[in-house]
Design a binder for this molecule. Structure first.
Ligand code: ADP
Ligand code: MG
Length: 399
């Protein structure tokens, strides 16, 4: 995959339009997780070292093409400012003459954040005129929002047609790590896939059968596989309509020489609520009123042993309903096991997916993994083997 890196171009004293993803969670006006803001800081510092004028653009929430003060990016200004230890200017629009004037007013070496791109419906429509208006603001376009690059939006795809386009440092890191993992993984490789629904992960699983030597399926997704095998799943979350697809997955895996593994035991409860009573039973002992809420202890121990046979482990999707304690135990144990094998055995470990990363962050283990993708949907689409429109756009404009 070819793309232009920041180091390929002389950026000294240039006006740079930087697409970032600062769509962070906010509660009562306060940012509750600033991971995405931290991720853009290396690119900002790199450009500031070259005395660039930085014009930051991002979306925030889903305002659906209308102005909405609750989704104003002005709320994020202080958070960015603190992390780069300098003032961030803000402008209440992202295109047009007033925006150009605001950009003209600031000096090189300054940073200005523009208002939420999605206040314009044209953004999500990849409107060419809107793309051009964005492009008019700068000399060079930098995409540092890998997590948005599965969307064919104006600030991700359209704008790249009008300006020299470069991958930012966060984008480079994602692409380099994912390229290394997928194009040339250290073998053998195991993928552990959990999460809620097989319907959202089936293409990912199918594609992984071509890459991994084994796939361990857990979480509510495993329930659909149990059901397809004729097991009782009680009141657990599962997808009846996906029975045939689950069975077909076993076949596809066989053709690709990939082993499909499932838990042997599970944690069940009658009520999927905080601190509910639960028991650990075999997958063959599930009753009609049971809800499978987490992977069983024996299965987690089995995964720990299994991992010693693999050089690379990829993890996506919690192994249980981890938001509801104590059904976070399986996912937390797995995070610890992967962290340990990474540190002690040199196993290459990659994890991604919004909820999976939240589970790993909740116990502060993210820096123990070889790589954690913060990209959510884009990471999943990449694993499905799809070409991401934003990455393709960077490729096409390679100068
Ligand atoms: P990611 O965001 O990491 O890709 P998903 O979105 O696919 O992961 O799945 C995460 C969701 O799956 C979580 O909300 C979690 O509660 C749910 N989940 C996992 N296992 C179960 C289960 N056994 N029962 C109910 N929900 C589950
Ligand atoms: Mg999710």
């Amino acid at each position: 995959m070819q793309f232009t890196r920041l180091s390929d171009i002389n950026l000294q004293n240039k006006k740079i339009l930087v697409r970032v993803d600062i769509n962070v969670p906010i509660k009562n006006g306060k940012v509750t997780d600033d991971t995405r803001i931290k991720a853009i800081i290396p690119t900002l510092n790199y450009l500031l070292d070259r005395n660039c004028k930085i014009i930051l653009i991002s979306h925030f929430g889903r305002p659906k093409g209308k102005k909405n003060s609750e989704m104003s990016l002005s709320q994020i200004v202080d958070n960015i400012s603190k992390l780069i230890s300098q003032k961030i200017y803000f402008h209440h629009d992202c295109i047009g003459n007033t925006t150009k004037e605001a950009i003209n007013k600031i000096n090189f070496g300054n940073v200005i954040l523009l208002e939420n791109l999605r206040f314009y419906a044209e953004e999500e429509k990849n409107d060419p005129k809107f793309s051009q208006q964005l492009a008019e603001l700068a000399d060079i376009y930098v995409n540092d929002a890998f997590s948005c690059s599965h969307r064919a939006h104006a600030s991700i795809v359209g704008v790249a047609k009008f300006l020299p386009s470069i991958a930012g440092l966060q984008m480079q890191k994602e692409l380099d790590n994912l390229n290394n993992l997928l194009a040339n993984p250290k073998k053998p490789m195991i993928a552990i896939v959990g999460g809620a629904k097989i319907s959202t992960k089936i293409n990912l699983i199918k594609n992984l059968t071509k890459i991994a030597d084994a796939i361990y399926i857990a979480g509510a997704m495993a329930n659909t596989f149990f059901y397809a095998q004729g097991k009782e799943v009680g009141k657990s979350l599962f997808e009846k309509d996906y029975k045939d697809i689950a069975l077909e997955t076993f076949e596809i895996a066989k053709i690709n020489n990939c082993q499909i593994l499932l838990p042997q035991d599970v944690v069940v409860t009658k009520n999927l609520i905080e601190n509910a009573e639960y028991k650990n039973i075999s997958v063959n002992e599930v009753e009609q009123n049971d809800i499978i809420a987490d992977i069983g202890e024996q299965s987690i121990n089995e995964i720990e042993k299994l991992l010693t046979n693999y050089e690379t482990v990829l993890w996506n999707g919690p192994l249980g309903a981890f938001e509801i304690k104590p059904f976070n135990i399986g996912s937390e144990k797995l995070a610890k096991i992967i962290a340990n094998t990474t540190c002690n055995n040199g196993t290459i470990s990659v994890a991604g997916g919004g909820d999976s990363v939240a589970a790993i962050n909740a116990i502060n283990l993210s820096d123990k993994f070889s790589y954690i993708s913060t990209a959510g949907g884009a990471f999943l689409e990449w694993l499905e083997g799809l070409e991401l429109p934003g990455i393709k756009a960077l490729n096409k404009t390679k100068s």
